[in-house]
Design a binder for this molecule. Structure first.
Ligand code: SAM
Length: 219
């Protein structure tokens, strides 16, 4: 492992807003995000596959009255989000290092209010469909940890993942208020929250890809 990465991992160990294996909170946090971490009863919003955490940070700046948790398996990516949050004294955002498949181990049923999926890996090959973050096995996890009426948002540049998600959600029972656009920035869905741009959004926008967006809730 590079020295650069080792340094980031050491910093993650010491940083209070990074919740990762080996830390006491990692074992205890399920069902206790409001009491053990944030210390208030504000709504809890998750960003899954948050990478460097730009969306969680951007939302935390805009909404101090909400709490945000960015989730990603890669420690060297969430390092950036943790560092920015500390520098800006954003106490309403934390980062959890784990796999999205394991979210039931960190959130009680109904503990979260909202989920954002920001530029998830498209997994275009047929054999990888099960690994898409909008495959029904993932959506059922989201349904469990969200409160009834909890909302899901997806932003992506990728047509295959977007159309797959639309079809999947359309076929599922108990889905409401589905809205979508194949060209978010030209649609009337656009608002300041949706204008937050992540690292991957920057990359794909520069290449001329249109940004796609959909949102729905679990009844
Ligand atoms: C294409 S990147 C997008 C990152 C960021 N949201 C952005 O828009 O810049 C996908 C991210 O999802 C994370 N990821 C992929 N599969 C995951 C999983 N099963 N559990 C947790 N994180 C995952 C990767 O580590 C990566 O940081």
């Amino acid at each position: 492992m590079s020295r650069h990465k080792l340094k980031k991992f050491a910093e993650n160990e010491a940083r209070g807003n990074i919740i990762q294996p080996g830390k006491e909170l990692f074992e205890k946090i399920k069902g206790h995000w409001r009491t053990l971490y944030f210390g208030n009863e504000h709504p809890l919003v998750l960003e899954l596959g948050c990478g460097r955490g730009e969306y969680s940070i951007g939302m935390a700046r805009l909404h101090p009255e909400r709490n945000f948790v960015g989730v990603d398996i890669k420690g060297d990516r969430i390092w950036k989000g943790g560092k920015t949050a500390d520098r800006e004294n954003l106490t309403n955002v934390a980062f959890l290092r784990t796999q999205v498949q394991l979210l039931d181990q960190f959130f009680e049923p109904g503990e979260a209010d909202e989920i954002w999926l920001t530029f998830p890996d498209p997994r275009p090959k047929k054999r990888d469909i099960k690994r898409r973050m909008t495959h029904p096995r993932f959506l059922e996890i989201y349904r469990r940890i969200l409160k009834p009426g909890g909302r899901v948002h997806l932003k992506t540049d990728n047509d295959i993942l977007f159309d797959y998600t639309l079809e999947t959600v359309d076929r599922m029972e108990g889905i409401g208020q589905l809205q979508h656009s194949h060209d978010l920035y030209q649609s009337d869905l656009i608002n300041p929250l949706l204008e937050i741009r992540t690292h991957y959004e920057e990359l794909f926008s520069e290449q001329g890809f249109r940004i796609k967006y959909l949102t729905f809730l679990f009844d």
